[in-house]
Design a protein around this ligand. Structure first.
Ligand code: NAD
Ligand code: ZN
Length: 353
């Protein structure tokens, strides 16, 4: 195959300092290291994590200057000398876990998100809010060439993460799961994965647009946290026997729902924490948690196997979540809407605009 033309400069959204502003400008295209590939990113989803990175919300500093983004779908245009499994022309995805050591205790057990040396796309290494991004060949997600690159991009973080979270919850077909933050990017995909697995969902979020979307995505009930006088009672009342959902998947970007979930989950139920609101703490009453035998756990993205499985659901047409495509140059507007909670589903950026 003839080598594709790789320009020396490219468009990117760059954060020079934490808190912003974003600068849309031309920067050099990097060369891949021996174990890396260079990906011509065609589309990239915008995750709330990218906004947390810009705002400096977490107790983990980002690299600076930083190119954010970790839902990049594109085509391999160059590879390092040690790369043999990924070819120029392959369709791949750049996900949050850009690279790991592959030899620590966690990597050896396929728990690579827990690797202490994990490199994070769009956080500790430059990510997909640029036209050409670098990723470790061992970790790029393999995409079928028939899969549309715009639609698949949100699966690369949102999809993998919720797929893993549902598995961690232990919920089984026929059971009920409450999705908190159901109207957002992760939430919209969580409802679709649950539906595909035969799990019933109660959606929790705010506003009529999100209610309509959640019903279309398969949730049989919607609890509007902005209108409800008692979210705990309303979620329990939405289950057939009134005992509460078998599991709760917390994707919200505020602390309060993290304090409520243990109260409304069913006895012996599981609360899965995925959302990462700034400065938030988990709190649950000891007495009730003990005598109701509640499990509370965290879930963090997914490993390479989870990635392949989550993508397979998408490739088979089992997962369809709404997304809107705008140009890479429009990222500041997307962040503005995200900050206000105005996005139903996901925004995807076209890097050619
Ligand atoms: P998003 O902005 O698209 O969606 C968040 C949703 O939460 C919004 O619809 C908002 O209305 C809703 N919400 C806010 N307060 C709520 C409340 N009190 N009750 C119910 N819903 C509420 O964000 P996203 O891209 O879906 O990301 C969600 C969170 O997940 C972020 O904090 C992100 O950093 C985190 N995340 C974690 C992982 C992980 O591996 N653990 C991976 C990806 C993203
Ligand atoms: Zn993400």
């Amino acid at each position: 195959m003839s080598s594709p033309q790789i320009p020396e400069k490219q468009w990117a959204q760059v954060i020079e300092k934490t808190g912003g502003p974003l600068e849309y400008k031309q920067i050099p295209v990097q060369k891949p290291g021996p174990d890396e590939v260079l990906v011509n990113v065609k589309y990239t989803g915008v995750c709330h994590t990218d906004l947390h990175a810009l705002n400096g919300d977490w107790p983990l500093p980002t690299k600076l200057p930083l190119v954010g983004g970790h839902e990049g779908a594109g085509v391999v245009v160059a590879r390092g000398q040690l790369v043999s499994e990924v070819n120029v022309g392959d369709h791949v995805g750049i996900k949050w876990i850009n690279g790991t050591c592959l030899s620590c205790d966690f990597c050896m057990q396929s728990d690579e998100p827990l690797c202490a040396k994990a490199q994070l796309s769009g956080y500790t290494v430059d990510g997909s809010f640029q036209q050409y991004a670098i990723a470790k060949a061992a970790h790029v997600a393999r995409l079928d060439k028939n899969v549309p690159l715009d639609g698949v991009s949100p699966v690369l973080c949102a999809g993998i993460t919720v797929y893993k979270g549902i598995k961690e919850s232990g919920a089984r077909p026929g059971q009920t799961v409450a999705i908190v933050g159901a109207g957002g990017g992760l939430g919209s995909l969580a409802q679709q994965y649950c539906k595909a697995m035969g799990i019933r969902t109660i959606a929790i979020d705010a506003g009529d647009d999100k209610k309509k979307m959640c019903e279309e995505l398969g949730s049989y009930a919607f609890v509007d946290f902005s209108k409800s006088k008692n979210v705990v009672k309303d979620v329990q009342a939405a289950t057939e026997d009134g005992l509460g959902p078998h599991a709760v998947i917390l994707l919200a970007v505020s602390e309060k729902p993290f304090q409520q979930a243990a109260e409304y989950v069913r006895p012996r139920g599981t609360v899965i924490c995925i959302g990462l609101p700034a400065g938030a703490s988990l709190k649950a009453p000891v007495f009730e948690s003990v005598i109701r035998m509640i499990t509370i756990k965290g879930s963090y993205v997914g490993n390479r196997r989870d990635t392949a499985e989550a993508l397979d659901f998408y490739a088979k047409g089992l997962i369809k979540a709404p997304f809107k495509v705008v140009g890479l140059s429009e990222l500041p507007k997307v962040f503005e809407m995200m900050e206000k909670g105005q996005i139903a589903g996901r925004y995807v950026l076209d890097t050619s605009k």
